[in-house]
Design a binder for this molecule. Sequence first.
Ligand SMILES: NC(=O)c1ccc[n+]([C@@H]2O[C@H](COP(=O)([O-])OP(=O)(O)OC[C@H]3O[C@@H](n4cnc5c(N)ncnc54)[C@H](OP(=O)(O)O)[C@@H]3O)[C@@H](O)[C@H]2O)c1
Length: 290
Amino acid sequence: MTKTIIYGKTGQLASALAHELQDKAVIFASTEYDFSNIENIKHALENIDAGAIINATAYTDVNKAETEEDAAYKANALIPEALALYAREKNIPFIHYSTDYVFSGESDEPHKESELPAPLNAYGRTKLAGEKKVAAIGGKYLIFRTSWVYDHKGKNFLNTMLKFAKERESLSVVSDQFGAPTYAAHLAKATINILNNLEENNFPSGIYHLCNSGFTSWHGFAEEIFKIARKNGIELKVNEVKPISASEFPTPAKRPANSMMDCSLVSKTFGITMPDWKDGVRECMGKIIK
Ligand SMILES: NC(=O)c1ccc[n+]([C@@H]2O[C@H](COP(=O)([O-])OP(=O)(O)OC[C@H]3O[C@@H](n4cnc5c(N)ncnc54)[C@H](OP(=O)(O)O)[C@@H]3O)[C@@H](O)[C@H]2O)c1
């Protein structure tokens, strides 16, 4: 039986993809396999009838990447390049993910794929380098730019906010950066849906924006998390959520004020409309209380 290769095991998206594909997937953990080298990839995959490769790995620690740009570059540019090369040699689809952080976010409008990227931080620079390397190799590739990814168990904004809200009465959350919180399970479902419906002879290689629908600020996201958590019987101590500006919460890496992405191209090309971001919070909370 043809298998889909997932590179990445414990990550938010990798876990969601594995859940979605079940026994149709073969999983390779980044800690066990160094896929920045095409020879390693060939060796690992030589006996598998692979129908597609999905790269769910990345160096995602945005602040740490400021001081570890070489390590981030290896993960975010060299690994996707090697995987894309292997996929091209085998003439199979290669799916890769990128980020809203390739944009500087100075405009007020949702970013379209046609907009010129201008990353503000090292993570964004390395992810943009990865996009360019995959596109330069060509073949059958899809790069999905997504934003603010979370799941029920990862190290992410939702889980951090829930932890703080159980410990503290007052929280301050940035209210002048806007984007689409994206539930990893929804992103995985959409990916597999797209993959299953690809046409062999009309492959639409390219970059597509793929996030949950609607937009909010980090502050709006936090308020929704607390509302849904309480609805699910989770006890929280927090009784004040103060909106603050990003300048009041300095971080090593600069982040775009506008992370909103226009996902109409993915809808037009693949007939995919992602659920509203609030549905993602609701579903994720359902998993947390299980
Ligand atoms: N998280 C977000 O908010 C966000 C936002 C926009 C775009 N994205 C993109 O979405 C994709 C999935 O992200 P995610 O949230 O699932 O990330 P994640 O939970 O941080 O998982 C990333 C996985 O990448 C692997 N990894 C970590 N460091 C690595 C390194 N130095 N070299 C090779 N592999 C390494 C690990 O895989 P193993 O488990 O196999 O060790 C890790 O579990 C990535 O392409 C990311 O850039 C994420």
